[in-house]
Every structure is written in structure tokens, then in C-alpha cells.
Design a protein around this ligand. Structure first.
Ligand code: HEC
Length: 171
């Protein structure tokens, strides 16, 4: 194990991926197929070779991070269910508290960030920012009744998950 410095390009690509077409750096990311609908991701097209950058985390931090990740996915599922039920404020709160800028303390982001290469930190920040932007869009939807901007914002949140997963691994 240890930090694998396969290519600084992976880092560059994830940064580019965040602003444009996410997932270019990634290879082994079947989940990224979902992104095609939003024009978000083209990961998985380069075959079976795993080109993600392996980032060395201490064991406890890896376990903690993976648990956080599972909660991220749960949060997304809850947000979608709230939106479907017309509970836009709840969708907003869930996004802000569990994924947004307000979640940084909850996730011990500061300590974990110390072990991350810069591009991975940027990918994390992009996720927190996009979730907070979604939270605003969802709150607006409760006033306007127009859900579309919130759905666009939610797709952006998912794209930030995809972009990081396409470029990095911790095990
Ligand atoms: C800053 C990078 C980053 C971001 C952003 C990110 N993840 Fe992850 N996630 C990872 C890494 C690294 C792994 C471990 C992958 C590996 O080592 O194979 C992971 C793993 C996971 C796992 C598997 C957990 C397990 O128990 O194995 C889930 C589920 C997950 N992420 C969901 C999400 C969701 C949903 C989002 C967006 C809301 C997200 N992640 C955003 C980096 C990120």
C-alpha cells in the first residue's frame, strides 16, 4: 500500500471533471453510467484497468470515511424521496446538514483532508458546495413550486460523487 503516485494527470482530470465532463480520469466506475443521462460522466469506457489514484488513509480513518460515504448515499436516497413527496424543505435540510457546508464538522472533514491530495480535497469541497446550492434550490422550490432547478442542482451533487470516485480510492 502507500500513496500511489501513478499520475498527476488523475488529479488534473478530476479538477477538470468537476467543472465540465466528470469522470474522464476514471476507469473502473460502472456507477458512472447513470451520469450519461445528465451528460455528466463517461467513466468506465476505458476497460477494466483501475487507474484511480490510491490514497493512503490510516485504518480508522478509512473505516470512518467509508461509513460517511454510506451515509452520503442514504442522504441522497432520502432527498429524492422527500422531493417526490413534495417535502422540499426536508430535502433542503437533509442536503445541507448531511452533505452541505454544514456537514463539514460532522464528517471530521478537517482531519481527513490532511491525508488527501489537493485534487481530492477540491472534489470534496465541490460536493459540499453543490449540496448547499441544492439546499437553496430546494427551498426555493417550496416557494415557487418549480422543482426543475432543484433537480438540476441535485444532478450536480451526484456528479461530484462520480467525479471523486472516478479518480480516487482508499483501499
Ligand atoms: C472527495 C472524494 C469523494 C466524494 C466527493 C464522494 N466520495 Fe464516496 N467514496 C470516495 C472514496 C475514495 C471511496 C472508496 C473507494 C475505494 O477505495 O474503492 C468512496 C466510497 C463510497 C461508497 C462505498 C462505501 C463502502 O462502504 O464501501 C459509497 C456508497 C459512496 N462513496 C457514496 C458517495 C456519495 C453518494 C457521494 C456524493 C454525495 C460521495 N460518495 C462523494 C470518495 C468520495
Amino acid at each position: 500500500m502507500g500513496v500511489l503516485t501513478r499520475t498527476p494527470l488523475a488529479t488534473l482530470s478530476v479538477l477538470l471533471g468537476l467543472v465540465g465532463c466528470a469522470g474522464q480520469a476514471g476507469v473502473d466506475a460502472p456507477s458512472a453510467h447513470a451520469g450519461h443521462a445528465a451528460g455528466a460522466a463517461h467513466a468506465g469506457q476505458a476497460g477494466a484497468e483501475d487507474r484511480r489514484l490510491l490514497v493512503a488513509f490510516p485504518d480508522a480513518m478509512r473505516t470512518h470515511t467509508l461509513a460517511n460515504m454510506r451515509d452520503h448515499l442514504l442522504a441522497l436516497a432520502e432527498i429524492q424521496a422527500f422531493l417526490a413527496a413534495g417535502a422540499y424543505d426536508k430535502a433542503s435540510d437533509t442536503a445541507e446538514q448531511r452533505l452541505g457546508m454544514s456537514s463539514l464538522g460532522l464528517h471530521g472533514a478537517h482531519e481527513v483532508a490532511a491525508f488527501m491530495p489537493e485534487g481530492m480535497q477540491a472534489a470534496g469541497t465541490a460536493m459540499h458546495r453543490s449540496a448547499s446550492q441544492f439546499a437553496i434550490a430546494a427551498r426555493d422550490a417550496s416557494a415557487t413550486g418549480d422543482l426543475k432547478p432543484a433537480l438540476v442542482a441535485l444532478a450536480r451533487v451526484s456528479q461530484t460523487c462520480v467525479a471523486c470516485h472516478a479518480a480516487y480510492r482508499i483501499q
